[in-house]
Design a protein around this ligand. Sequence first.
Ligand SMILES: [Zn+2]
Length: 268
Amino acid sequence: MVHVHLSGGVSSAAHHKYRASLARGNVLFFQALQWKELHTYFHQAPLESTYSYVRKDRANVARYTDAVCRLCRRENMKLFLKGERCLSDKCAINKRNYAPGQHGQRRTKLSEYGLQLREKQKVKRTYGVLELQFRRYFQKAARSKEVTGSELLILLERRLDNVVYLMGFADSRAQARQLIRHGHVRVNGRRVNIPSFLIKQGDSVEPRERSRNLDVVRSLAERLNQKQIPAWLHVDTEQMRGVVQTLPKRHDLTMPFHEQLIVELYSK
Ligand SMILES: [Zn+2]
């Protein structure tokens, strides 16, 4: 999602319309055209370069479409957003191990806020969640009885696109999301095309019968045996079927996240 800075001193019909709509939390529901206007208006730059907006079921879905390994450089760690790519030397971090952009090579000492922000962005980008939805996960975690930081990560980990990826039915979370969006995934025998669907204990997840002939799914099936699968999931490689044995715990997550920094950031 684009960050929108509403500065004062500008008055136009559009500005007031956006300000009112943003105040209601309607950021995600702008028409595609309005989004472009909004971005151009506040940033004096066209939107198309970085984000594309897809109209689907009358909701606009925002998606990051720029070079993903630039994000590896920004976060100074491999994020595996394109699956295997980060393991090859195609990952840009291998060639230029510094932050992207004109000032990427400057010496920097991050402020406290800087550290918190980078940690949040790292987690957001890993799971492919945009700001508004990420904040909703945080609020949900904060309302629960559990430790907010761990609960936030666990909620993200329970997303269907993440589970499809972890089970080895997709090379990356982004690919998993597309398979789900296009109706190739079944949960408990029923088609679910919502990537943010939260799985529960005992749920079974599998590529749809007809979809197993897709090239992507087929090539993954051949590699399924070699895939390291977290202990809370079980995958029957013959049947191409996964089961959620238990819900994940904090120690099941292997990415080096410092979720406390995110809690601090949002608690300001
Ligand atoms: Zn990379």
